[in-house]
Design a protein around this ligand. Structure first.
Ligand code: SAM
Length: 351
């Protein structure tokens, strides 16, 4: 692939890599892009919608004709539904590859599906109101670089929204486990984390820490974390439905998340990796209670000069309020950060 180009799907002859019974879009990304994975992503999309109370985005942009970029769009469910909700939007949905029967093949006037590697230089010509990145944990070796590119391709005041789940359940009650009693789900999750670490592309939620966004210059970082059920254990009917969907997504995704990375990076044979997945599956089906975490972060590119000045003033006023309650002599270094911010602001105000 030309490292600087973004091109429309229809003009491409796309590579397909068949490997151990799964299909992948290239040699580097660890998740398959076959029918099974397509179904799993369709279900995960519905889970996000339930967790977000039907909202496609939690970013509080105000224009009804936003320019939107969806990085790693996958089958394109989010982008397509955004295009219906915002008919005046212009949406670029980009990915390394294409899912054969995903909605990305539907031709819509306001969505442009493009092939692009988000780790290469972004070549979009006009800035965006919203950049959306969901389910990309483990895809990048340098999230800071991704966030810096996002920053420079957002309009002042534009939003970034990043969401991901923990690849392994974070609480589990099970009767079985490995030789030392450790739940297989934990062995599995630890192997995924280790192989992510070995590959240089961490598979965790670190990129969703407030500081990760702030150090790239984003402000008003809003971190939302939800714990959701996996399985049929909840008594509440809505939670049970959610738990059932999450169970299907988890079981469908066990092999998808693990096969390539465990065989390439963690010393597993193909049958060894599949055996671990089967043990996790048995354990999950027998478990009394499993939950998992999802984290959704929205953050804003600092706004126009005047608006940013207002934000700085508001913060300064808040500090004055605090200082008024402090004993004299404890307030010397309080404004150092704000001075730096003002200088940066003056530069960015020229955009
Ligand atoms: C787990 S899927 C998530 C798809 C979609 N965002 C969603 O939430 O349904 C991850 C997607 O990111 C794409 N991807 C992985 N690495 C990428 C990269 N470097 N640049 C662009 N897309 C990438 C994959 O091809 C895959 O379609």
């Amino acid at each position: 692939m030309n490292r600087k180009s973004t091109r429309s799907y229809s003009y491409q002859t796309l590579p397909r890599i068949e490997e151990n019974g799964r299909r992948y879009c290239d040699e580097s990304y660890f998740m398959p892009n076959d029918e099974t994975e397509l179904t799993r992503l369709n279900i995960v999309h519905q889970i996000y919608l339930i967790l977000q109370e039907g909202r496609l985005t939690l970013a509080p942009f105000t224009t009804d004709s936003p320019r939107i970029l969806d990085i790693g769009t996958g089958p394109g469910d989010w982008a397509i539904e955004m295009s219906a909700e915002y008919p005046n939007a212009t949406i670029i949905a980009s990915d390394l590859g294409v899912f054969d029967s995903g909605v990305a093949h539907v031709s819509l006037p306001n969505v442009d599906f493009q092939l692009a590697d988000a780790q290469s230089e972004w070549t979009y010509h006009e800035p965006f109101d919203l950049i959306h990145i969901r389910g990309l944990s483990g895809a990048f070796n340098d999230w800071n670089a991704i966030y810096h590119q996002a920053m420079s391709h957002l309009k002042p005041g534009g939003f970034i929204e990043v969401a991901d789940t923990d690849p392994g359940g974070d609480t589990i009650t099970v009767a079985t486990g490995g030789d030392d009693g450790t739940p297989y789900l934990q062995i599995y999750a630890a192997a995924l984390r280790l192989s992510g670490h070995t590959s240089g592309c961490p598979r965790d939620l670190q990129h969703l820490e407030r500081g990760a966004l702030e150090s790239a210059g984003f402000v008003d970082v809003n971190v939302i974390e939800r714990t959701f059920p996996i399985g049929l254990w909840p008594e509440d009917i809505h939670e049970k439905t959610l738990g059932k969907m999450a169970l299907i997504a988890l079981l469908e995704g066990l092999e998808a998340h693990a096969l390539r990375q465990l065989t390439r990076l963690a010393g597993y044979t193909v049958s060894g990796a599949r055996e671990l997945c089967e043990k996790v599956q048995e354990e999950v089906l027998a478990a009394k209670k499993i939950t998992a975490r999802v984290r959704i972060v929205t953050a804003q590119k600092p706004n126009t000069y005047a608006q940013r000045r207002g934000q700085v003033m508001a913060r300064a006023m808040a500090k004055v309020k605090i200082l008024n309650h402090k004993p004299i002599g404890e307030e010397e270094d309080e404004d150092e950060d704000d001075d730096d911010y003002d200088e940066e602001e003056d530069d960015e105000g020229e955009e």
